[in-house]
Design a protein around this ligand. Structure first.
Ligand SMILES: *Cc1c(COP(=O)(O)O)cnc(C)c1O
Length: 364
């Protein structure tokens, strides 16, 4: 099935809906059973909305099974804490999403889990493996610099070192990239970004083989309780139905904006995979790009970065990305002054956004 078809139809349950085309929201946390042998713990087992949402995601990811969680961090911490034990070593890509980075620094230390941060090249990754390496944890494309890893190579490195390969696939979504088909064991998603797509929900997901998902279900999900409310699961499913169409527009408008910035004398560098990644690598593992990328202002005077951001009228200043409203942030600034600016291109139309960027570059 094509992605667009899967996005609309996969995971539907007509039987619970008396012919309606949309699965209704099912809220009961107490279930009555026909006989005693059927009894299961309802809060975690009878969430039809979680199941249909997970089914659609597994299908889009070309995998067997998925669990949806109450946040992206819920998915990430479930996987890390369920699969790692004291004495294990993890090969971790440097420059991860801030929450994942903090989880490694703060929780691994406390739990006696060892780690090595590695750069995004195969050689530094290869030399980081130890006899106790149990997991490789990466993102691709990375946030905010949009570096693209050779996923086949990373997965096979992990395999030859008997380590589980895990990727945070939030940036590309299952529409643009399917790491399991490239050899990865587990794909994680934050549903808060493009999957939901309207900046109105927090959710996450773990995608893997049916066997591994069942183990994670009992070893992590039931114990840490990161379940997704039926309303949010329903909203996430609704977002996913239009994901391919939204992404096409985010990509087209993002490319127009990136090309404008690339040619502007006030801009030093644009970090967009179409400009910075080998075309063969993109060709092999990405079906396209989203509308989120970053660039550097051509200045050493970092006050200009703030003046530029404050001068924008059509971009809202805010963290997060992947919604229909365009957002801007200087992602490095809380930690260090930097010329870096990240844009999440919404669906307002590229012309309007380019005009806004142009006036703000002139004003700064
Ligand atoms: C936002 C984000 C997360 C965390 O997701 P939440 O749903 O906010 O917990 C994880 N990874 C990446 C790449 C993200 O951008």
């Amino acid at each position: 099935m094509k992605k667009a078809t899967q996005a609309v139809h996969a995971g539907k349950r007509h039987s619970v809906n008396q012919g309606g085309v949309v699965t209704p929201i099912f809220t009961s946390t107490a279930i009555s059973y026909m006989d005693d042998s059927e009894v299961r713990y309802p809060r975690y087992f009878n969430t039809i909305n979680s199941q249909v949402t997970a089914d659609k995601l597994a299908c889009l990811e070309e995998s067997e099974a998925a669990i949806v969680t109450s946040s992206g961090m819920g998915a990430i911490s479930s996987v890390m804490l369920a699969l790692l034990k004291p004495g294990d070593h993890v090969v971790v890509l440097e420059g991860l999403y801030g929450g994942s980075h903090a989880l490694v620094l703060e929780e691994f230390q406390r739990l006696g889990i060892e780690w090595s941060f590695v750069a995004a090249d195969p050689d530094s990754m290869r030399s980081a493996f130890q006899p106790n390496s149990r997991m490789v944890y990466v993102e691709s494309p990375t946030n905010p610099l949009l570096r693209v890893l050779n996923l086949k190579e990373v997965a096979s490195l992990a395999k030859s070192n008997r380590a589980i390969s895990v990727i945070d696939g939030t940036f590309a979504t299952p529409i643009l990239q399917n790491p399991i088909a490239l050899g990865f064991d587990i794909v994680l998603h934050s549903g808060t970004k493009y999957l939901g797509g309207h900046s109105d929900l927090v959710a996450g997901a773990v995608v893997s083989s049916a066997e591994r998902i069942e183990r994670l279900f009992y070893d992590a999900y039931l114990l840490n309780g990161a379940t997704l409310a039926p309303w949010t699961a329903w909203l996430l499913l609704r977002g996913m139905r239009t994901l391919p169409a939204r992404l096409r527009q985010h990509e087209a408008d993002g490319l127009e904006v990136a090309e404008f910035l690339e040619l502007h004398p006030g801009v030093a560098r644009v970090h967009h995979p179409v400009l910075t990644t080998e075309p063969e690598l993109v060709e092999r593992q990405l079906r396209g790009f989203s509308g989120t990328f970053s660039f550097e202002l051509a200045t050493d005077e970092f006050d200009r970065v703030s003046r530029f951001i404050d001068a924008l009228r059509r971009f809202r200043i805010g963290v997060s990305w992947g919604g229909v409203e365009s957002l801007v942030i200087s992602p490095a600034r809380p930690r260090a002054p930097s010329p870096l600016v990240r844009l999440s291109i919404g669906l307002e139309g590229a012309g309007l956004l380019i005009a806004d960027l142009e006036q703000a570059l002139d004003a700064a």
